[in-house]
Design a protein around this ligand. Sequence first.
Ligand code: 0L1
Ligand code: MG
Length: 254
Amino acid sequence: MITQETAGALAAVLDDAQTSVSDTPSLADTHTLTVDDAYAVQAALLARRTARGERPTGVKLGFTSEAKMAQMGVSEIIVGRLTDAMRVVDGAEVELARFIHPKVEPEVAFRLGRDVDPHDPDADLADCVDAVAPALEIIDSRYRDFRFTYEDVVADNTSAAGYAVGPWLPVRDVSDLAVHLTHGGSRAEGTTAAILGAPVNALRALLDMARRRDVPLRAGDTVLAGAATAAVALTPGVTTCEVAGLGRVSVRSV
Ligand code: 0L1
Ligand code: MG
């Protein structure tokens, strides 16, 4: 296990890359990190953000599609942390100059209606959800040329960079809903079934991760369940995610 000092130093490298909008080489070039080490770096990264006034607003899951797991050669999802500095109001402008090489993906968001103790053996995260919404996630790996290992991406807070959530709706079944991602003239189609078979499975997987990784789950938190299509490059223009029966959410990149 790396020391707290090393975790802090690696978090500083990633944080500086994000704040200066300049990429950085894979940590694996210089360090051999375990997955536990990588989550320690991620925790140190969140501590830097909160120390400068950012407020945690929830969590995101990544690698929730079989295609992406196969691409990375892994069988475990990853969990990252969201803060208010990443939040983009539905329909609002987002400045591309904030990012290194951003991509966007269509997702489903859940809102937690109460605090959850992940160590409660009877906890059922789906029972604690009080609303669902369509969402867009902006990912922006801090690594040069997107060259990263599984441990790298965990350390880099799972590439979390921004998110927008559409109007919250009362809880409903969101399994296998058609999803459309439109950006400029292009359109990608997917289904919420791409998210671990159904987004509710992402909640089960999150509870397990929260137990093992000490991720707090609090009332009001947003949970981004994972992508329904492959990510596309975020370039100037309007990007919209529409989920059948849930509505739409958009951002305008400038
Ligand atoms: O699926 C996710 O949100 C994780 C993205 C991390 C990998 C990437 O930057 O492509
Ligand atoms: Mg995502």
